[in-house]
Design a protein around this ligand. Structure first.
Ligand SMILES: [Zn+2]
Length: 291
């Protein structure tokens, strides 16, 4: 298991100008909001909140059918551990799906996961839930534990509570917009859980979001309302010229980690200073932010 120490070092090394604007935006906290642990591809396990009793455990895009020749492939052992809820994937409160593409989603594996974990909740775009309903292993009883998110681009979902956490979501265009995948609903989830006195752990998972800043203009009120400790972004965000502003201002996040990294890690990620996930079990701590 690898711990990404670069994150803490980078946070401390943040330049004075950034520290100033961050302080205005949000009181500085050194409290830990939780941890994000890589699975593979866009899969991440987030444990958010206080260690004792108040913490939640969520999985984002953990199971998928396709690797398209360039992404890591899930091993049978890893698939079985996630589906059955074997440690470290035990006591998962909810599984989130960003969108119904084969490298983020598996209708057959997720229906099996719902069958094997009777308390598990699924939160996914309506397009993904519809695909699962067509699966031969779908059980009518899963409907009560499945939350379909149906949004237009630039639209945010009303916040709701789950296992003591607050769940928010918005839809923005899939990467490649407008030529590619414009009909695929890509959902960003923003989830928070209490991490102490008036502070929370809060993370965002952006699925296959397109980084074009203009997509986020309609979501400004949603994004500026709450600062996230960590934004989990697809690796191509790191290639944007305005990366600092995109993470710190547009997405309003203290730090970022890149996911969906190809098996052969691109040189620019290796050479860059920002954190990225490649491989199973890399752990990144993120700081808490105000409620
Ligand atoms: Zn996709």
């Amino acid at each position: 298991m690898t711990v990404l120490l670069a994150f803490a070092a980078l946070a401390l090394a943040g330049c004075a100008a950034d520290a100033q604007s961050d302080a205005e935006r949000d009181p500085v906290t050194t409290e830990i909001g939780g941890t994000a642990t890589s699975i593979l591809n866009a899969g991440v396990m987030a444990e958010i909140g206080e260690d004792e009793n108040a913490s939640v455990k969520f999985l984002f895009d953990p199971l998928y059918d396709d690797h398209f020749g360039s992404l890591e492939q899930l091993t049978p052992e890893l698939i079985e551990a996630i589906i059955s809820g074997a440690p470290p994937y035990d006591s998962v409160d909810a599984v989130f799906v960003s969108h119904a593409h084969g490298d983020h989603f598996s209708a057959s594996m997720l229906t099996r996961m719902l069958a094997e974990q009777p308390d598990l909740v699924l939160i996914a775009p309506a397009q993904a839930v519809e695909r699962m309903r067509e699966d031969s292993n779908w059980d009518a009883g899963f409907a009560a534990r499945s939350r379909s998110i149906a949004l237009e681009n630039g639209e945010a979902h009303e916040a709701f509570d789950l296992a003591g956490a607050t769940i928010e979501a918005f839809r923005s265009p899939h990467n490649g917009w407008p030529e590619r995948h414009s009909n695929v609903h890509n959902i960003t989830f923003r989830v928070s859980a209490p991490a102490g006195d008036r502070i929370v752990g809060r993370v965002m998972h952006l699925g296959d979001a397109d980084p074009f800043a203009e997509h986020y203009a309609a979501l400004e009120e949603f994004l500026q309302a709450r600062r996230s400790g960590l934004a989990m972004v697809p690796f191509w965000f790191y290639r944007e010229d305005n990366l600092e502003a995109l993470i710190g201002e547009t997405l309003n996040a203290s730090e970022a980690v890149a996911m969906h990294v190809p098996a052969r890690v691109p040189q620019d990620l290796r050479d860059g200073e920002r954190a990225y996930f490649s491989g199973v079990g890399e752990v990144l701590e993120f700081t808490a932010t105000s409620e």
